[in-house]
Design a protein around this ligand. Sequence first.
Ligand SMILES: *Cc1c(COP(=O)(O)O)cnc(C)c1O
Length: 373
Amino acid sequence: MSIPFIDLQAQRKALGPLLDEAIKRVLERGDFIQGREVHDFEEALSLFTGAANAITCGNGTDALTLVGMAEGLAKGDAVFVPAFTFVATAEAFSVLGATPYLVDVDPRTFNMSVDSLKQAIADSILANLTPRMVVAVDLFGQPAEYNAIKKVSEENGLTVVADAAQAFGASLFGKKVGTLADYTTLSFFPAKPLGCYGDGGAILTDIDSKAQLIRSLTQHGKGSEKYDNVNIGLNSRLDTIQAAILLEKLKIFDSELRSRNLIANRYNSGLDGIVETPFLSNGAVSNWAQYTLKLERRDEIQSRLKLAGVPTAVYYPKSLNQQMGYLPCPVVSTGVPVSEKLGGQVLSLPMHAYLPVQTQQKIVELLIDAVCQ
Ligand SMILES: *Cc1c(COP(=O)(O)O)cnc(C)c1O
């Protein structure tokens, strides 16, 4: 038995010839950079999320860096990021010379702990840094606790950024991802819930002036004309072919989202009472980018599943404070014990909109066997 962790071929089949036709249209027109579909996709992103502005860019990491540039982050500025996340959340601000300040996460949601954030803000001031920005990550597709994070941020004059690379389509108290923070960043890396066939990213914001600035920054700090450069920017653009692919995938995204939620519920009922199933905070609807469990004998269980033909993944084996490149980053004075512990416990199961019921039943049975051995 061979089970894919994410089945992009099944999705391609579901999309049918429309996808190939969309690519072919771009090939025939030849507007590969900033072509028609790029603008159409940006409009579609605004419409889908309710965000006033959507600016596409090269990838989800650049999306974060572009936000940092738009806010003028520099040396001496503290950016609060969870210690348990993909490295890009911190990397994007390190390259600007700002200081990622590592904050612990909640053991149930895996998202930023608000108490730890409050402590980190106080610590950063004592360390002579300027608290500027909090970057909450919607890990595995569940929105962070934006209501509480916004309150703390308002009290301290911080900008709130949602690193929603994993959370497109999720919502909190009925508000969609894209409208929950001052800026929201997205990634269209192939394995993300809305993925293209290469790299891609976007920034969503309701701040019109910053949207205009970010658009300029994605194109070498462009002014009103092509060879008019009014800012120091990047070359970070979404290809027209990728935009064409994303437009097709967006058409079936709502139905995929329903399917992912159905599959997550099936995992929940199959595993209830055997393991601790994923916890959603009050008001949160996940897109289930990952279905992630916490297991005491994780490595042993993962090996058993592998032997039985079930692929699983560990996101992430180390917290950022344990990564060599990030050892110099300051850590909140109360430490990040939850982040450190999760690295040894988390295990993500196969999850995609096309997971057949029988395959899922098999995965559940094999996991129960592995856990009970
Ligand atoms: C994937 C991801 C990113 C980076 O996205 P890329 O498009 O690969 O640059 C950033 N943050 C998180 C939480 C991610 O999962």
